[in-house]
Design a protein around this ligand. Structure first.
Ligand SMILES: [Zn+2]
Ligand SMILES: [Zn+2]
Length: 114
């Protein structure tokens, strides 16, 4: 028995689906492990042109692989601090007027989960 009557929200878990979410550094590690490199100018991950043999002839598989990693990336609400995975935000969150997604709980915007 713990001291707290109420179970604290589990760190690093999506509030909706309960799956583990990736922090920015975990996300970047996963991308690198999958053969993607970070573009120094945009900060986005991409496949190095002419260097990847794994995805060379299959851009669709490459995109699928990237999406699979990205949908587990965590996003934290700027208002209430709730953490969601990207997949749940896509499927259940409304769009925020400023762009991006609005928190299903309090309506605030999100930042990357660190
Ligand atoms: Zn989720
Ligand atoms: Zn919120």
């Amino acid at each position: 028995m713990g001291l707290l009557a109420k179970r604290p929200s589990v760190k690093g878990m999506c509030r909706k689906c309960g799956q583990k979410v990736l922090t920015t550094s975990e996300f970047e590690t996963e991308c690198r492990n999958a053969g993607f490199v970070k573009d120094a100018f945009t900060g986005k991950f991409k496949v190095p042109i002419g260097r990847s043999t794994k995805f060379k002839d299959n851009p669709a598989a490459r995109q699928t692989q990237y999406n699979r990693i990205e949908e587990h990336r965590g996003y934290q609400c700027n208002g209430c601090g709730s953490v969601y995975c990207l997949n749940c935000l896509y499927t259940s969150a409304r769009n925020h007027p400023s762009g991006g997604k609005a928190c299903p709980k309090c309506g605030s915007t999100f930042k990357h989960y660190e």
